[in-house]
Design a protein around this ligand. Structure first.
Ligand SMILES: [Zn+2]
Length: 176
């Protein structure tokens, strides 16, 4: 299955426009709710990040409270992607996202295409390229050791430093 990068970018753009979001942090929980999801926050099994449950009457996104808030944000975004893009089983469980490396294609990873799409969607919605470009005010590249810029930005976007680094790499700000 090919990764639908353009479709994902367009979907994210629509959601941001609908929610009138123009800067970080993106209220992804609120966006998920406006798309009909009920978010249930509970203590789940250790390595379980979250789940999506859906039947004809409800859509539930489950988030593991044992994980850091930045990871919870990523989980909500990831499950929202499944809700909007994928026709999966009634209960979809997500274990720790070890696959945030978005540049690798499906075949080299041996990972389910749906998971790569959901991670790409999460990165796109939590860290929109135009928002980053604005916050990086015209820079072309970033020095990894540049003071506290990356941790500061990660805080602003509500994502982990690692997720932000992958995103900046993906967008070409940092050399891989
Ligand atoms: Zn998933």
């Amino acid at each position: 299955m090919a990764i639908r990068r353009r479709k994902i970018r367009e979907l994210v753009q629509t959601l941001l426009t609908e929610a009138k979001v123009t800067e970080a942090p993106v209220p992804v929980w609120e966006i998920a709710r406006t798309r009909g999801a009920r978010i249930v926050v509970e203590s789940l099994d250790g390595d379980l990040s979250g789940f999506l449950y859906r039947d004809s009457s409800q859509k539930i996104i489950g988030v593991n409270t044992q994980h850091a808030s930045v990871r919870q944000n990523f989980t909500v975004a990831h499950e929202l992607a499944h809700l909007l893009l994928h026709d999966q089983e009634q209960l979809h469980l997500d274990r720790a996202f070890s696959t945030v490396r978005l540049r690798d294609d499906v075949s080299s990873q041996g990972v389910d295409g749906d998971e790569i799409e959901a991670n790409l969607f999460a990165a796109e919605i939590l860290m929109p390229e135009s928002f980053l470009r604005h916050d990086l005010s015209g820079r072309r590249t970033l020095d990894l050791y540049e003071e506290d810029l990356i941790p500061e930005l990660a805080r602003k976007y509500g994502v982990s430093v690692q997720a932000l680094m992958f995103r900046l790499q993906y967008l070409g700000y940092i050399e891989g």
